[in-house]
Design a protein around this ligand. Structure first.
Ligand SMILES: Cc1cc2nc3c(=O)[nH]c(=O)nc-3n(C[C@H](O)[C@H](O)[C@H](O)COP(=O)(O)OP(=O)(O)OC[C@H]3O[C@@H](n4cnc5c(N)ncnc54)[C@H](O)[C@@H]3O)c2cc1C
Ligand code: SF4
Length: 333
């Protein structure tokens, strides 16, 4: 019989030491942190995740949103998604993040879900969530039935022959466009990881989803100072208006000076195996007039390397239109 031991570590060092005993990293680890539990407990009920011990991090002092001296923002790992989305500084200066979080899940889930938990949420691929099926991400080397099976909602960017699972997070897409940094405390000390380096492409090791090592505890996320006068939009397209994951989404942070684009950051959701920053789309727009033709060129550049599967070719055009519309909305704002 599996034993679940809920301990309440008095401090982060104790939690890290305890989790450091895990034989593997976060993915499939036998000792796990639990925060809101909306991903982990869900997967434990399905027996997809089977940790022997859970370490409850909710009592650690990581529940604050604080101003940084440089004008940026420090977001604690256990800050609830709702508190982050409705924070006055986030709504004013990082609107794309507020919009992205509020487009996800439901009010009840957002009240439980935390910043770190959202960063580490797992794919919704149906085979991953069904232990009767093989899945390279869940059990390395067993195969990827999604490639020849049900793949309508799965990724078209960053895929490999071993896994085509989509990263489902909305929050992470906005954080990618905002160039957030993830701060981690671990057995070897503190690390600051740019969000673009935090999630891994599946390659031949889809079971490894992030750069975290056993014992690594996400302590907080920082956002750089806001871009003065930036226009920010998160647009999410999905099968139904609420309580649904993105088929395609776009996060846009844009400055326009004299009709031309002086600053732009673009990230896509619902289409990538990780939150998908698009330097190609940004390069296509830098210094160019903010008009429909250039927005379309940026969308073409963003999806140029898309590799669709049998059921999700429609995502290429959907993602392009999503990005164009997000850019148009931002430019009009
Ligand atoms: C029905 C449903 C619909 C949803 N819809 C959406 C949606 O539309 N968009 C969207 O983006 N998300 C959606 N979600 C996902 C939701 O956002 C995540 O479940 C949530 O953000 C996870 O946060 P949590 O705190 O509950 O994580 P947990 O379940 O507590 O943890 C998740 C993972 O993070 C690890 N972890 C937690 N805290 C730390 C830490 N401090 N350091 C290191 N590791 C840590 C855990 O070990 C675990 O592996 C949905 C979820 C459900 C159940
Ligand atoms: S796409 Fe990834 S998560 Fe889905 S079945 Fe294939 S290996 Fe598993």
């Amino acid at each position: 019989m599996r034993t679940f031991e809920f301990s309440r570590p008095e401090n982060a060092a104790a939690a890290i030491k305890a989790a450091g005993q895990a034989k593997t990293a976060q993915q499939g680890a036998d000792v796990r942190f639990v925060a809101g539990g909306t991903t982990l407990i869900d997967l434990m009920k399905l027996e997809v995740e089977t940790p022997a011990r859970l370490l409850d991090v909710n009592r650690l002092p990581f529940d604050k949103i604080e101003e940084l001296p440089d004008g940026g923002l420090k977001i604690g790992a256990t800050v609830r998604n709702s508190d982050l989305a409705y924070h006055s500084r986030v709504q004013r200066d990082y609107a794309v993040l507020s919009q992205a979080i509020l487009s996800g899940a439901s009010a009840q889930l957002r009240n439980m879900a935390t910043t770190a938990g959202n960063l580490l949420q797992r794919t919704r691929c149906v085979y991953f969530r069904d232990t009767a099926m093989p899945c390279n991400k869940r059990e390395p080397g067993t195969g990827c039935p999604a490639i020849t099976g049900s793949n309508r909602t799965l990724a078209i960017l960053g895929t490999s022959e071993h896994c085509i699972a989509t990263n489902p997070s909305d929050m992470c897409v906005a954080m990618a466009a905002l160039e957030a940094t993830i701060h981690v405390d671990g057995l070897k000390g503190f690390r600051a990881i740019p969000i673009g380096d935090f999630h891994l492409l599946p390659g031949s090791t889809p079971h490894r989803e992030t750069v975290l090592e056993p014992g690594d505890l996400v302590t907080h996320v920082t956002l750089p100072p806001p871009r003065s006068g930036s226009r920010q939009v998160y647009l999410k397209l999905r099968d139904r208006a609420s309580y649904e994951f993105a088929l395609a989404s776009a996060a846009v942070v844009l400055n326009i000076a004299g009709g031309s684009i002086s600053y732009v950051r673009i990230a896509l959701g619902g289409v990538g195996t990780k939150p998908w920053r698009s330097p190609e789309a940004e390069a296509a727009l830098a210094g160019k007039p903010a008009n429909a033709a250039n927005f379309r060129k940026a969308a073409e550049a963003a999806l140029r390397n898309a590799k669709p599967q049998s059921e999700n070719k429609f995502k290429i055009e959907l993602a392009k239109r999503c990005l164009v519309h997000a850019l148009q909305t931002a430019a009009a704002g």
